[in-house]
Design a protein. Structure first.
Length: 372
């Protein structure tokens, strides 16, 4: 049978008629794949662009991974029962309140599947974690961006932005890339203003690094059925490459999220590594304390060289610049230091003390060259 395809649906670059394609905006100066491209130029790369951990996996994790033959040969536990029950115990919840995902970003995608129809609104901060809009665009959501107030989300303005078509509001705290937190009292009054049929996702990917006592803890708000708390093993726990994160929330929402999970979507090595990592809380706290003290050291050193650094509660620093950051980020990459640029701000992950020193040296040299 001869089938015809309208010209509109054809991608001119492809002989196959691709139906949908999403254009993602790139942050200024950040080039996907820059790792390998720059590696050839600079030898050792200082990778401070993706907020990964500077430490090796927690004790026992690598040994377990090496000896888990079954985890490679067999399909994983689709229910991730052991891990879900361990996470539940860790937070004083029940397993029915826990969903795990192939990274917490997979859970964001699952949320779009269960809550968002094309044209529905998803409210995010501007700037905030780019993953919400990347995944939201694929779901054909209308992404409503609400400018921040300083380094934190403007919850009052986000509440004002709610309409009949709003389905999800992403409350990223600490906010990526700016590092500001949402206070517990502020979150409390925000939740009172949000209709109960709008889901508030409290994304706490960086929760372990928070030392501000005013900060909200999403887990304390789970008595509301329209709150989902997201956490990840990618940051403090150092498992970004294995891809594993989790969501905590009302059992019915959790069941819905799990119903749209890709079958066997969370691999067995990740499940095992995450379960073991939860047993190393003392070691984890020591590492977090190192990151927090390096964060302070970097913030002070960057302020000393005349930069406008905003206090961050994440494992990264946020530097506001008058000019566009693209040229600075590019000049740093040419010196082997990868960070992320966002228009008039730059985000650099807290690395090892040596990597942080390399970043400071490179940034000082870039600024000396440009005469700032
Ligand atoms: C705020 C925030 N949420 C979620 C994620 C995604 O984490 P995961 O690796 O668990 O998908 C990131 C990663 O950078 C993030 O910054």
């Amino acid at each position: 049978m001869q089938r015809t395809t309208s010209d509109e649906s054809r991608d001119p670059g492809s002989p196959f008629p691709v139906r949908k394609r999403v254009a993602f905006s790139q942050h200024g100066g950040y080039v996907a794949g820059a790792r390998s491209a720059q590696g050839a130029l600079s030898g050792r790369l200082v990778r401070l662009a993706s907020n990964e951990s500077a430490f090796p996996p927690l004790p026992g994790v690598m040994n377990a991974i090496h000896s888990e033959e079954d985890a490679v040969v067999r399909y994983p536990d689709n229910d991730a029962s052991e891990l879900r029950s361990r996470i539940a115990e860790h937070h004083g919840l029940s397993s029915s309140q826990v969903a795990v995902g192939n990274g917490s970003l997979a859970l964001v995608e699952q949320l779009m599947h269960v809550l968002v129809d094309p044209g529905d609104q998803v409210i995010v901060g501007d700037p905030s974690f780019i993953g919400y809009s990347s995944v939201g665009k694929v779901a054909q959501a209308d992404i409503v961006r609400v400018p921040l107030s300083g380094s934190s989300l403007d919850l009052e303005a986000m509440a004002v932005a709610i309409t009949d078509r709003t389905r999800i509001i992403f409350v990223c705290t600490p906010n990526n890339p700016t590092g500001g937190i949402v206070g517990a009292l502020e979150l409390e009054s925000f939740l009172k203003a949000v209709p109960t049929d709008v889901l508030v996702v409290i994304d706490e990917a960086y929760r372990e690094f928070v030392d501000d006592p005013r900060a909200a803890n999403g887990v304390d708000f789970l008595d509301r059925a329209n709150v989902l708390c997201l956490r990840t093993f990618s940051k403090a726990y150092g498992l970004a490459g294995l891809r594993i994160g989790y969501g905590l929330g009302d059992p019915q929402l959790i069941a819905a999220l799990r119903s749209v999970q890709l079958p066997f979507g969370v691999n067995a090595l990740a499940q095992r590594a995450a379960t073991l990592s939860l047993d190393s809380q003392t070691e984890l706290e020591g590492r977090v304390a190192t990151v927090v003290s390096e964060r302070l050291r970097l913030e002070e050193a960057l302020t000393d060289i005349g930069l406008d650094v905003r206090p961050s509660q994440g494992n990264f620093v946020w530097i506001v610049l008058e000019e566009d950051t693209a040229s600075t980020v590019k000049a740093l990459a040419a010196r082997g230091v990868l960070i992320r640029g966002y228009g008039h701000g730059m985000r650099a992950t807290i690395g090892s003390p040596a990597d942080n020193d390399a970043f400071l040296t490179a940034l000082t040299s870039v600024r000396d060259r440009t005469g700032e």
